[in-house]
Design a protein around this ligand. Structure first.
Ligand code: CMC
Length: 428
């Protein structure tokens, strides 16, 4: 097998090295292309561009395969819990008993946030979106822990920042909810595990005993695991690019939260439920909405459908659909939105437009229905995605730092006005 690719420009042939991954993915290394030829490549949306060589997550979009550090997502979702998966992503190996215990203890110790931060919550308007609050709060952590700003810090300092982030994000997210609802804040209860503690801070009130439902804890763990990493997606690439300037880890993660918020990315989970509610309120005419999604003059898209890399099915959606059925059955909930979603999926999967373009339900098509069933308000859905994605973002940031990757700085092909002279305002 050849280890170079040839490109011919103006009758001149250039040889470029090929890079092969452990799963036989092949890439042309163009890092010296401009130096050799004066030419750059152009690839809007980076659809064909590998920005890095990564050892964290493997996915095969054609076969619908997803693995964290080599372990299939199906096995992790079935057998593991979120903190164990976080450890795996961050450290490359599954923890033994002792390592797991230590990790859980470290995370548990750092769940409190600085008391002064409560004043920020009081200053946000009551309708503030949880993702706006979360991104601001994560960024503000850098002001409370200014050491995190120093580039090339000692490993122990970085580890402390990582632990703080994993431990504090649930507290920050739950407080965003309590603050919007004008309810008293619940301090973390460190006798609870990670997921239980988050649910406690969200739903407990001081005057009542909070009963934890194991079905809900299990569903939450699954959802967080399924979201924990997804290689070089929009928010992860954002984290790596921001981090590549040696901005603090807090700032990089805050940028990742902002990137995740958009409805084409993590914000789709909220957009799906809003879409299903609109369809129900409109009388439930599926064909009408399918036709709107196909109409190029109509901005409407079927939210929760399609994916940049999965063109046959999204393996996470398969697991989530089953989890969704289980949760609704176990909780005895009959949700009209699930009925509409299942119907919409059936109609779309038979439609040539969706088949030809490889548009299938993605991870967010069913996740919102589970979140709703377990009592999470719609504008908190994407914040839960952020909780899940956090270990992936951090693992990817770590990898970028360890690999000493250069600052992210793409080039462009300029297509604007050519040089022209300034004209004084009264002569225009
Ligand atoms: N409804 C209708 N048409 C669609 C949809 C959709 N949801 N998604 C893609 N298309 C069409 C698109 O119009 C285009 O058609 P044509 O070739 O005729 O111009 C074709 O399919 C390819 O679409 P694209 O926008 O070029 O594909 P992309 O890879 O750039 O976009 C996507 C991927 C996820 C942004 C897109 O499928 C989409 O907008 N989906 C809805 C939003 C959504 O559910 N996002 C969550 C993704 S999963 C969570 C995560 O990991 O971020």
């Amino acid at each position: 097998m050849s280890d170079t690719a040839k490109i011919i420009v103006d009758d001149k042939t250039y040889e470029l090295p090929l890079v092969r991954g452990t799963e036989n993915e092949v890439a042309i290394d163009i890092s010296k292309l401009r130096a050799q030829t004066g030419i750059i490549t152009i690839d809007p949306g980076f659809k064909n561009t590998g920005s890095t060589q990564s050892a964290i997550t493997f996915l095969n979009g054609e076969k619908g395969e997803l693995r964290y550090r080599g372990y299939p997502i199906e096995q992790l979702a079935e057998n593991s819990d979120f903190l164990e998966v976080a450890y795996l992503l961050l450290n490359g190996e599954l923890p033994n008993h002792e390592q797991k215990q230590q990790f859980e203890t470290d995370v548990t110790r750092h769940t409190l946030i600085p008391e002064d931060m409560k004043q920020f919550y009081e200053a946000f308007p009551s309708h503030a979106h949880a993702m706006g609050i979360l991104s601001s709060m994560v960024s503000s952590l850098s002001t409370f822990y200014p050491d995190s700003q120093i580039p090339n810090r000692a490993k122990e300092d970085v580890q402390l920042t990582i632990t703080r982030l994993i431990a504090k994000l649930p507290t920050l997210a739950a407080l965003a909810y309590k603050s919007n609802m004008n309810l008293p804040y619940m301090y973390p209860d460190n006798s609870l595990n990670y997921v239980e503690n988050f649910l406690y801070m969200m739903f407990a009130v001081p005057s009542e005993k909070y009963q934890m439902d194991p079905v809900i804890v299990d569903a939450m763990n699954k959802l967080l695991i399924l979201h924990a990493d997804h290689e070089q997606n929009c928010s992860t690439s954002t984290v790596r690019v921001v981090g590549s300037s040696q901005a603090s880890l807090y700032s990089s993660i805050s940028a990742g939260v902002s990137a995740l918020w958009g409805p084409l990315h993590g914000g789709a989970n909220q957009a799906v439920i809003e879409m299903l509610e609109t369809i129900i309120a409109d009388g439930g005419d599926m064909d009408k909405w399918i036709n709107k999604a196909k109409d190029k003059n109509d901005p409407f898209r079927l939210m929760g459908f399609g994916h940049r890399v999965y063109k046959n099915f999204d393996p996470r959606a398969k697991i989530i659909k089953k989890a969704c059925d289980d949760v609704l059955n176990k909780l005895g909930i009959n949700d009209k939105a699930l009925e509409i979603a299942t119907h919409l999926e059936e109609v779309a999967l038979k439609d040539d437009y969706f088949v030809e373009r490889g548009l299938y339900p993605n991870v967010d098509f069913y996740s919102g229905i589970i979140y709703r069933a377990i009592g999470i308000p719609t504008d908190m859905f994407t914040a839960l995605f952020a909780l899940g994605r956090l270990p992936g973002w951090i693992a990817q940031w770590n990898e970028m730092v360890d690999n000493k990757e250069p600052i992210g700085r793409p080039r462009q092909v300029y297509v604007g006005a050519t040089k022209r002279d300034y004209v004084p305002i009264d002569q225009r």
